[in-house]
Design a protein around this ligand. Structure first.
Ligand code: PEP
Ligand code: MN
Length: 489
């Protein structure tokens, strides 16, 4: 389908279609050897059912609108590279529980609702700085995520069958998340295990215990007065997200679907609902300027939220071309190499109608650069009139190598960038809308620091990531405590 398309908001997406990215230059390109096998996989994907629906997507959009207006806070977290192997009950349960606990702490800290977004059920494609790497003196293709190739050295060739496997792992993961949520995994009537035993510093221990007691007390109080008439304490919303990197996959799951009823119709479209018959004369109205409201739009049905990575956000390239046409809320990574010009141009391209909260800007500068760069970006965006969600990713600008060459991040640097972002937003009359973290519910040793006091030498104990180092359960919770503390303080 060519020509003029119209998005739900009446916005013109000239010459956009799910495949129009194919005529643009692309970063992180994918060259398969067996095109027939790729076509077969894509054809299969095209007729599989949506993993998420427009109703859910718009529910998240409404929540992100609240975040953009300062009425809610966004917590996004999960693995850097999700493996198909993580599609098991233990790994999923521990991540749901961790996100739930962190969100309770953040609700306490910010005194506003928290929107939970998991980097899960589809975070299978990774951008790499080099297509090849040296392993045991031999050059082999880099691991690009389970949707493309395998981490094991003998599985590094691209395998088109993995496209279909990605769909099924994604669907199975989300199916289990939905089942657990509706079976009470997030039921706040049950006491939560906060496990603060590792916190050595008595002052920290006291601070965190006070927060936990305050949260537990509030929950007890709500139960006692029977404040749960609508069952809000029994379950929570949890949305899914991933980097929209592998566009052939995203295109195959992009569907033209009916807009849901929970989508508010903007004023321009309400006007278009004028009657076709004159209420005065009963005669047919022939005013051609009255258009039918659009009833369908293009939805990426692979996840509720997708973001464009730091390496693929060039305004005139394929990824941005794809992202500008979908109804889903989207994120754009913003880093030290993002110019003010690119940033404002990007917002105009992906959100020409300036819809509030449609775009989340995920800033990831590094603790040494945030002070210089964030104020400029806040100022530039303010001038455009776009109302975005400002989210801080304190992970990706703070990666370092130990003397023995292990990729890690220190808790102090992560917290430092996050604190700076909180402060800078406040000082400039803006506000931080959310955080974006790489974390796992397991007791891994990938980032240094935190109350466990992990040192470079300890990293070998349980270093399990297949890409970037993640906060473990204790570090992630501690970060939430510290953020909550500074929000209150
Ligand atoms: C990521 O979020 O895992 C990632 C690759 O980030 P960035 O695009 O910001 O480098
Ligand atoms: Mn990462």
């Amino acid at each position: 389908m060519n020509g003029e398309q119209t998005r739900s908001n009446g916005m013109s997406t000239t010459n956009w279609e799910p495949s129009s990215w194919r005529s643009r230059p692309i970063k992180q390109p994918v060259h398969y050897e067996d095109q027939a096998a790729v076509d077969k996989s894509l054809a299969k994907l095209q007729h599989l059912p949506p993993i998420v629906t427009p109703t859910e997507i718009w529910k998240l959009r409404r929540s992100l609108e609240d975040v953009a207006l300062g009425k809610a806070f966004l917590l996004q977290g999960g693995d850097c590279a999700e493996l198909f192997d993580y599609c098991n009950d233990e790994a999923i349960d521990s991540k749901i529980k961790l996100l739930l606990q962190m969100s309770l702490v953040l609700i306490w800290g910010g005194n506003k609702p928290v929107v939970r977004l998991a980097r899960m059920a589809g975070q299978y494609a990774k951008p790499r700085s080099s297509p090849m790497e040296t392993v045991n003196g031999k050059q082999i293709p880099s691991f690009r995520g389970d949707i493309l190739n395998g981490y094991d050295i003998e599985h590094r060739d691209l395998d088109p069958e993995r496209l279909v496997q990605a769909y099924f792992h994604s669907a199975a993961t989300l199916n289990y998340v939905r089942a657990q949520l509706s079976s009470g995994i997030a039921d706040l009537h049950k006491p939560l295990d906060w496990g603060l035993g590792h916190v050595q510093d008595p002052e920290m221990q006291k601070k965190y215990t006070t927060i936990v007691e305050s949260i537990s007390e509030s929950l007890r109080f709500m139960r006692t007065i029977g404040a749960d008439t609508a069952g809000q304490l029994q379950t929570v919303d949890l949305y899914t997200s991933h980097e929209g990197l592998l566009l052939a996959y995203e295109e195959s799951l992009t569907r033209k679907l009916k807009h849901p009823s929970n989508r508010n119709v903007p004023p321009t479209m309400k006007a278009a609902k004028a009657p076709k018959v004159s209420p005065l004369t009963g005669g047919a109205l022939t005013n051609n300027s009255i258009q039918e409201p659009e009833t369908t739009g293009y939805y990426n049905t692979s996840a509720h939220f997708l973001w464009v990575g730091d390496r693929t956000r060039q305004p005139d390239h394929a990824h941005i071309e794809y992202f500008r046409g979908i109804e889903n809320p989207i994120g754009i990574k913003v880093g030290p190499t993002t110019s003010v010009e690119d940033l404002t141009q990007l917002l105009d391209i992906v959100n020409p109608r300036k819809e509030v909260g449609k775009v989340t800007l995920i800033t990831r500068y590094g603790e040494g650069k945030v002070n210089e760069l964030l104020p400029k970006h806040i100022e530039a965006v303010r001038k455009t009139g776009h109302v975005v969600v400002w989210q801080c990713d304190p992970m990706h600008g703070n990666t370092r190598s130990t003397t023995t060459g292990v990729k890690t991040r220190s808790f102090a640097s992560i917290f430092s960038e996050l604190s700076s972002a909180l402060r800078i937003h406040k000082e400039t009359g803006s506000f931080l809308g959310g955080v974006h973290l790489e974390l796992t519910g397991d007791a891994v040793t990938e980032c240094t620091g935190g109350s466990q006091g992990l040192q470079d030498e300890d990293l070998g104990e349980r270093y399990e990531t297949f890409c970037d180092p993640r906060l473990n359960e204790k570090q992630a919770l501690e970060l939430a405590f510290l953020v909550a503390g500074s929000q209150r303080g």
